[in-house]
Every structure is written in structure tokens, then in C-alpha cells.
Design a protein around this ligand. Structure first.
Ligand SMILES: *Cc1c(COP(=O)(O)O)cnc(C)c1O
Length: 405
């Protein structure tokens, strides 16, 4: 996902002055990935400190990280797990998803959102998105609900929260649970409320391109102690250690009640997460500045549509997704930008396009708005360590590439 090449890592120390666009995009210009982590010396020191301590897993750093996340989000419980994908798996399990059940989600997401339902023997119903934000269209959810439906899973595409008021209203009237895939939106705000508090359960990811990183990692957020306990058990083999049982049987006693996994996040990872979380607001503020520069510099560029921010929403700007008006120009534009050292990506190949989902019976042309969104989308680089000069270099490359097509 983030570019691991030496060209990408060199960027962090390369502080070029302002140059004209030719110099900025010349053959020596360093490669700009679409996203990358920001790791400082204090992050490294925090990790080293844990490595020297008694506990490198299931130790105190896990609770400290979870507590810090609870305070940041403003939620009662956080369960740290090994990835965003295992967080989705744990959240769906906690919500009671099982064989024969169905989830409703958007096809404009990473495959993990849907895959985690398949892990539990459930199936997926894709519902089309809103044309401006690329998030699930509440107006289309009701018609997709069946007797099998258990969960509605909005995805906060690019860091812009879905319409949780509408989704929540529909879910309540049908007795369904809402699980937010907030992998893109940690730190975002919807109508005065923080992401992580907008659904029955919310899930985020700490992959290096996400808002903060633990290298690999994720978390489940919920107000509901029972859901949190179930997710916690699922993280560690479904095993419980109960004091009453231990009084009766002996201090070694534990019981496996659910078929769980080893989805624990180690203290090494949690130490990095704890150190990173202190920078989360700063990282997001920088992402917003970058989005503002793009918005001003690209406004009025012919053939390009810019991302939309709804009233009352403060996105986390995980991605800056622009769309070409003419779909046939998307591929040449992506290739021209790659040629200029600008590592644009495309988010996302609609999940139902993948051969695995085709084999399950999903078909193209079933979510035309998401499919049109995909066909015209490209994600410009956005990450906290980008300089203003980097951003202008991307803008220049976009403008000159579009002219030359
Ligand atoms: C990154 C991501 C995930 C999965 O997170 P991992 O930590 O990579 O497992 C799930 N959903 C979305 C929308 C993502 O972007």
C-alpha cells in the first residue's frame, strides 16, 4: 500500500526549496507515495523502552493504549487488536453475526470490510453510494434489508463520515446493528460528534498509511460493555479467566467459550500507538491544510472534480480523491503522474468486481454510482510529512498531465 521503495523513504529527509514546476517534476524529483507513516525519534524511543521491559505482549502498554484511545474518541471501551481486518472480524462476531446472516455495506471499500462477514459464514449485500461522498446511500438501504440482514456497515470513505443519523434511524427501525468501518476516519467529526461514537461499534486501522500507525494494528470502539467483552474474548481464543471458577477449580483454570483467534496487539505495537496517538490531532490538522491547498490550487481545473465536504462534517482526510470527468482519461493521467514520480493510487476497485465475489454470484452493473466513482477516481498523495512544495508539485503535475492528454 505505502511505497516501501528507497525512493519513498528518501523523501522524509529531502527538504528542497521552492522551485519552478519543471524542477519540481524533473527526473530527479523524489517519488511521492500516496500515503506513508510519520515516525519520529520519540516513537522509536517508546518502542525501545517496551522492548527493555518485562512485558512485550499482554502487558500494561495495551491497556494504556486502549485508555488513551477511549479518551481521544470519547467512548467507554476500546479493544486493541492485530489489524483493522481483525477488528472488523471481532466487531462482527461481537454483534452476533453468523452463518446465514447478511451484512449491508458499500462496495467502495477495501475488501476486508466484506471479507470479515464471509469469515463468519455470513454473506454480503452491496448497496450503492452517494455520488458526492462515496459513502453508503441511506436512501437505498431499506430496499436491501431482508430477513437475513443483521448489520449495516457504513465505510467512511477517504475519511468523510457516512450519514450516521440516517443510517442509525433505519437500523433502529429494523432492529439492526450499525458497525462503522472507520479505518479512514479516526479523528473525524460528524455533527459535533467524534468518529468512534457514531455507531453501535466502530472499527479502525493503524496500518502505516492510516491516521496513526502501530505498523499493523486496529481497534474496536463501543459504549456497550457486553459487545466490548465479546470482542476482547474473541481477540484471545475465546478464553475467559473467571475468579469464581478459579476459586472452585484452581488458579490455573480458564475456559474457552467461543472459537476465538490470536488477534492480540503486542505491547511493542501499543507503545508505538500510544506515542503516535499524541500526534493524531497534529497529523489531521496537517492533512486538512494539504486538502485546503489542493482545493484552492485545483479549483476550476478543467476535467477534474474535487472531493466534497458536507455541512457539519470535519473529515480526517485519509485520502484526497479527485475524479476525472472523462473516465477514459483516468488511466493515462495515472500513468503520466507515475511518470512524474507522483504515486497516485485508485481507491477502490469495487469489491464485487473481484473474482472471488464474482464466484459468489455478485455481478457488475449492480452499483452504478460506486462503479462510476471508481472508474473516474484517483487518490493524490496526502500524508502529514508532505511539504507545501510537495503538494504544489502534485498540483503542477496534474495540471500539466491533463493538458498533455
Ligand atoms: C485499511 C482498511 C481496512 C483494513 O485494515 P488493516 O489494518 O489493513 O487490516 C479495512 N477497511 C478499510 C476501509 C481500510 O481502509
Amino acid at each position: 500500500m505505502s511505497d516501501p521503495s528507497p525512493r519513498a523513504t528518501r523523501r522524509a529527509t529531502d527538504k528542497r526549496g521552492k522551485g519552478d514546476s519543471k524542477k519540481r517534476n524533473g527526473p530527479d524529483a523524489p517519488y511521492l507515495p500516496y500515503g506513508r507513516q510519520s515516525i519520529d525519534e520519540d516513537d522509536i524511543a517508546a518502542v525501545v523502552e517496551v522492548l527493555r521491559s518485562d512485558f512485550i505482549t499482554t502487558g500494561p502498554a495495551v491497556r494504556r493504549f486502549e485508555q488513551a484511545l477511549c479518551e481521544y474518541v470519547g467512548v467507554r471501551r476500546a479493544v486493541a487488536v492485530s489489524s483493522g481486518t481483525s477488528a472488523l472480524h471481532a466487531a462482527y462476531f461481537a454483534a452476533g453475526l453468523g452463518p446465514g446472516d447478511q451484512i449491508i455495506t458499500s462496495p467502495l471499500t477495501f475488501v476486508a470490510t466484506a471479507n470479515a462477514a464471509l469469515y463468519l459464514g455470513a454473506s454480503v449485500r452491496f448497496v450503492d453510494v452517494e455520488p458526492d461522498t462515496g459513502t453508503i446511500d441511506p436512501a437505498r438501504i431499506e430496499a436491501a434489508i431482508t430477513d437475513q440482514t443483521r448489520l449495516i456497515v457504513p465505510v467512511d470513505f477517504a475519511g468523510h463520515p457516512a450519514d450516521y443519523d440516517e443510517v442509525g434511524r433505519i437500523a433502529r427501525s429494523h432492529g439492526l446493528t450499525v458497525v462503522a468501518d472507520a479505518a479512514h476516519s479516526l479523528g473525524a467529526v460528524f455533527r459535533g460528534r467524534r468518529v468512534g461514537t457514531l455507531a453501535d461499534i466502530s472499527v479502525t486501522s493503524f496500518h502505516p498509511v492510516k491516521a496513526i500507525t502501530t505498523a499493523e494494528g486496529g481497534a474496536v470502539f463501543t459504549e456497550d460493555a457486553e459487545l466490548a467483552d465479546r470482542a476482547e474474548r474473541f481477540r484471545s481464543h475465546g478464553v475467559i479467566r473467571d475468579a469464581a471458577h478459579q476459586d472452585r477449580e484452581g488458579p490455573w483454570w480458564n475456559e474457552m467459550h467461543d472459537l476465538g483467534f490470536n488477534y492480540r496487539l503486542s505491547d511493542v505495537h501499543c507503545a508505538l500507538g500510544l506515542s503516535q496517538h499524541r500526534k493524531l490531532d497534529r497529523f489531521i490538522a496537517r492533512r486538512r491544510q494539504i486538502a485546503d491547498i489542493y482545493a484552492r490550487a485545483l479549483a476550476g481545473v478543467d476535467g477534474l472534480e474535487l472531493p466534497v465536504v458536507r455541512d457539519g462534517v470535519e473529515p480526517a482526510w485519509h485520502l484526497y480523491v479527485v475524479r476525472v470527468v472523462e473516465p477514459s482519461l483516468r488511466r493515462p493521467l495515472v500513468e503520466a503522474l507515475h511518470g512524474a514520480g507522483v504515486g497516485v493510487q485508485v481507491h477502490y476497485i469495487p469489491v464485487h468486481y473481484h473474482p472471488y465475489y464474482q464466484k459468489l454470484g455478485h455481478r457488475r452493473d449492480t452499483c452504478p454510482i460506486a462503479e462510476d466513482f471508481y472508474a473516474r477516481a484517483l487518490s493524490l498523495p496526502i500524508f502529514p510529512a508532505m511539504t507545501d512544495d510537495d503538494v504544489h508539485r502534485v498540483v503542477d503535475a496534474c495540471v500539466s498531465s491533463l493538458h498533455s492528454l
